[in-house]
Design a protein around this ligand. Structure first.
Ligand code: F6R
Ligand code: ZN
Length: 203
């Protein structure tokens, strides 16, 4: 791991990706249960296992004070009418924010808070998105062909909670309707389970 000040290129040329330490790939098979149209999901999986998105990042110690930076690349495509998207997550340390800067493509960042609020912000080249602490986030590529490429920065100790979204989904979905992205309610969204605590039962 680098222990002196450093700089790197984010020029989007293929050879620039070599400057990152880590490369994570997410295929359709890792998104089971996340897309609404399960038939379309299974049919697509039967044809192969397409690459939905990739993340390149610079490794840093996962501690407060550090920043983790990298590139997220969501490829273009749809499962049924639903656009390719990231898994989405809350940060494990909920009180941590994140910044995304869009370099290429077009899309939406779908966000929601544990308190029930939700938001969708456009991802367009040249725009910065600030995601405050507590907001889960999922990036969605709404272009028909072009990759959605974003640069991200988040605190080293943030960590990732994928389980909450895997179990409940996001409150909203982004689907193509009449050739355009449209935000609708997720019919499968489940409210968080009410924790009953450790009430002792006498039988
Ligand atoms: C890190 C972050 C991004 C995402 C990336 C892939 O906190 O938000 O780097 O990790 O866009 O998305 P996920 O992590 O949801 O698979
Ligand atoms: Zn994040």
């Amino acid at each position: 791991m680098r222990n002196r000040p450093f700089s790197y290129r984010i020029t989007l040329e293929a050879d620039a990706m070599a400057e990152f330490d880590q490369h994570v790939v997410r295929r359709l098979s890792s998104m089971k249960g996340q897309f609404l149209d399960e038939q379309a999901y299974s049919a697509m999986l039967a044809q192969g296992d397409p690459l939905l998105y990739e993340v390149y990042y610079v490794e840093r110690p996962e501690i407060a004070g550090e920043l983790i930076t990298g590139l997220s690349i969501v490829h273009a495509g749809k499962v049924g009418d639903e656009y390719f998207m990231t898994k989405g997550h809350f940060h494990a340390v909920l009180e941590t924010a994140e910044i995304y800067y869009t370099l290429r493509g077009e899309g939406l960042m779908l966000m929601e808070s544990p308190e029930g609020d939700w938001a969708a912000e456009e991802l367009r080249p040249g725009r910065v998105l600030y995601i405050p602490p507590r907001w889960a986030h999922r990036s969605i590529n709404t272009a028909s062909q072009q990759d959605l490429v974003t640069f991200f920065v988040y605190p080293g100790h943030a960590g990732h909670d994928y389980g909450t979204i895997e179990q409940r989904g996001f409150r909203k979905l982004v689907i193509e309707h009449d050739g355009r992205p449209s935000i609708c309610d997720n019919p499968r969204w489940r409210p968080p389970e009410v924790k009953t605590g450790s009430v002792a039962r006498g039988w």
